[in-house]
Design a protein around this ligand. Sequence first.
Ligand code: DMJ
Length: 595
Amino acid sequence: MRRECLSCSTGKFLGLLMIFGLACLMLTHTNKAHSVSDGLAKGIGTNEEHKEVTDVGIRFKKLFRRAPRLPPRLSPDEKIIHRNFTGKLNEPNVEEQWKARQQNVKDAFTHAWSGYKKFAMGYDELMPVSRLGVDGLGGLGATVVDALDTAMIMGLDEVVSEAGSWIESHLLDRIRQKGQVNLFETTIRVLGGLLSAYHLSGGDQGMTLAQKGPKPTIYLDIAKNLADRLLSAFTSSPTAIPFSDVVLRDSSAHSAPDGLSSTSEVSTLQLEFNYLSAISGDPKYSTEGMKVLAHLKTLPKTEGLVPIYISPHSGEFSGENIRLGSRGDSYYEYLIKVWLQLRDTQDGNFTYLHDMYEEAMRGVKHMLVQKSIPSELVFVGELPVGPKGYLSPKMDHLVCFLPGTLALGVTKGLTKEKAMKDNLLTFEDLENLKLAEDLTKTCFEMYSVTSTGLAPEIAYFHTKDYFESGLDGGNKSSEYVNDIIIKHADRHNLLRPETVESLFVLYRITQDPKYREWGWHIFESFEKYTKVESGGYSSLDDVTTVPPPKRDKMETFFLGETLKYLYLLFGDSSVIPLDKFVFNTEAHPLPIKSS
Ligand code: DMJ
């Protein structure tokens, strides 16, 4: 064909034209490459050099536009991965594959529960390596209660029956006899778990997901007994801010040794107390809880951002440290979630919560969000000495709750598609959703960048003001190995849920299958490095080392949150829909009640 074509005069002309075109394109390309690499190698080239090179490039580019970029050629294996990441093809067997993956999560939950049941039944937590139980949360059998609604959602009747019977036979006695517990931890894990179990077992015209276990009223009665004692933290405080600790057996309360409460702790009780009031008919729980938020509304803030400590004695914030990691995180989460919970009720005007949330998110974008060097990961830093001080490029894994919360705040639990169709999104909403997507990527890369594929507790980001060499995550093939810095003291992983929580919410809202794929990668790493053969999963000491040393603790939230979110991520989106339920900060779903 080439020979025939070249023999005619049109063919010759076209051939010459092609050679000329190619030569010009090569010249343009060479100049651009020169300009970029020169800039990078020298840091900054002289302005003159740069101008000359760019001018030539622009002249040629005006004459010839670049050919469009074609997708890369992929091997058959790569095509499968690629398809899953982009998710453009919706083949019939794709859902089957996700069902199989969901079954893997269910098996993991069964393995975790079996270890706990064998070695630690009735203790707060399992030490899977030592095969012992430990009471790290006051001795209320926290794993049993935290895990129960996950077992209900997974349809694990046997576990529901075992956990339910234990709660029915032992929990009330424990509540009557035990000493000091933390108000926040007990509310989110134990009270939240009981309330969710109440609803999922049929209470409050609930879902009857559980066929086994006690009647829903058993859960409700225990919840009320516990909450009555927890209320002492509110009623014995001289201000609207509750004390941090409660002594269960005598319903007394006191502040922490330094006299302070964490801001996130006092503002992360209201979903649970409000729901308890709604189902018990007794407003006292909600009244006490909501006093805190109404009081926080009156305090001075910096663009909606708040210090991480507050004094129950004065009712004022203490110190200047601002962050969305530990002690700050769920303040922001509950502003929007409590608003979502209450906005359709006729119990009062809660717009102030939405206003506080919106102002805070503007503050986050303005004061805390930055991009890393060289690959521009978006991260949320901290202001350890207050708004006038420097921004520390430190991000706790805990901050990874934020993308999910942001996305929820944008669509209120609807899919993006539906919210767009109904014209519900503002420009600011779209900006927040973009930030949510960028941050979700960063949180996922905090996993990918390590040798184990598991995130450290804390990451630092390389910026123009901060870099330390020799502290990468160990995965040299990660594109972000130079962006993410992991200090020795921060290399542990506690099986935390925040990233998979955000993957779940982002998947439900955007329907982009890449979030499922990322969740699957994370799950595989948990399976590979944290599973303990005899039963249970263990926290790790160092995610940058293979094999990673085990820390010998299975946190209750691994069953309450991490595995629940992964299970829901891989499953049918109609289960626990986000516009009808609000998840408390420990992943216990509570139904949103209308007036
Ligand atoms: C959980 O107890 C809750 O998600 C809380 O809000 C933050 N810390 C843990 C999980 O990491």
